[in-house]
Design a protein. Structure first.
Length: 261
């Protein structure tokens, strides 16, 4: 299935600054990235960080507009879980302190279940435990904060799912995606878990079909997958729009772990 995506971001800055952008799809069929800053075009410099396509932007003082359009296929070869992946995806991280929830996870879930069933059970538990509430979480909230408050947005759902899976010794990571069918439309965060050596995606929010997601990047948690990071200056984020549309009829949301190409 072909997915067409677009993102437009607006910034303003009193002085020149550097920004790191992660909005480009991982494997585009076609794409275009345009940056206009302080009335001048800016040439993005692309580099790779742990499989993520990062664009470095040297912004001028004034207003900046970033426009990205792209297309990708939602099907493709599954991604194998490497030894390095397992080592990284089992460790606690900034927003996913899995070492703090090991006892809790062991009492809530049956570790003896087949891996795919256990991954689906954790995502289902998070779906039932949390209430999706826009604006309810802070940028510094960890999965433990989300568990205690019982509410959050997609990144909070993903952080709690990742944390519980790691607490059960299942490698897991957060994935930033474009999600056709998501309402309201935005960048979306889901989870990939190691299911018998293959990265498979689950979405505890159940707000969009997992089988039509388009990968942007993956990481330990949201600290690795932020769509925009400013360095060496002060830039104020003014707003953005995101779209993702599929050719044909979208599948229904699916709670079965599914390989995301």
């Amino acid at each position: 299935m072909r997915i067409d995506v677009a993102a437009s971001l607006s910034l303003s800055s009193p002085a020149p600054s550097t920004a790191l952008l992660q909005v480009a799809v991982a494997a585009p069929l076609e794409e275009q990235l345009t940056v206009l800053s302080g009335g001048q075009p800016v040439e993005p410099v692309e580099f790779e960080v742990d499989g993520a396509r990062v664009h470095r932007l040297e912004l001028h003082a004034g207003d900046t507009t970033i426009t990205y359009t792209g297309a990708a296929e939602s099907d493709g070869a599954p991604r194998a879980v490497t030894a390095a992946d397992r080592a990284t995806a089992l460790r606690p991280s900034r927003y996913c302190p899995s070492d703090q929830l090991e006892g809790f996870a062991s009492t809530e879930f049956d570790r003896s279940r087949p891996r795919a069933e256990l991954v689906a059970a954790v995502a289902d538990w998070v779906h039932r435990r949390l209430v999706y509430t826009a604006g309810s979480s802070r940028p510094v909230d960890t999965a433990v904060d989300t568990l205690l408050t019982g509410q959050g947005v997609c990144r909070d759902y993903a952080h709690l799912t990742v944390t519980l899976l790691r607490s059960l010794e299942i490698p897991a990571r957060l994935v930033a995606v474009y999600a056709p069918g998501l309402d309201p439309m935005d960048f979306h965060a889901v989870v990939e878990a190691d299911v018998d050596g293959t990265w498979c995606v689950v979405d505890a929010t159940r707000l969009a079909p997992t089988r039509s997601l388009v990968r942007i990047c993956s990481g330990r948690d949201a600290a690795d997958t932020a769509f925009l990071t400013t360095l060496g200056g002060v830039a104020r984020f003014e707003g953005m729009t995101v779209t993702a549309t599929a050719a044909g009829t979208l599948p229904a949301p699916d709670d079965t772990p599914f390989p995301l190409p």
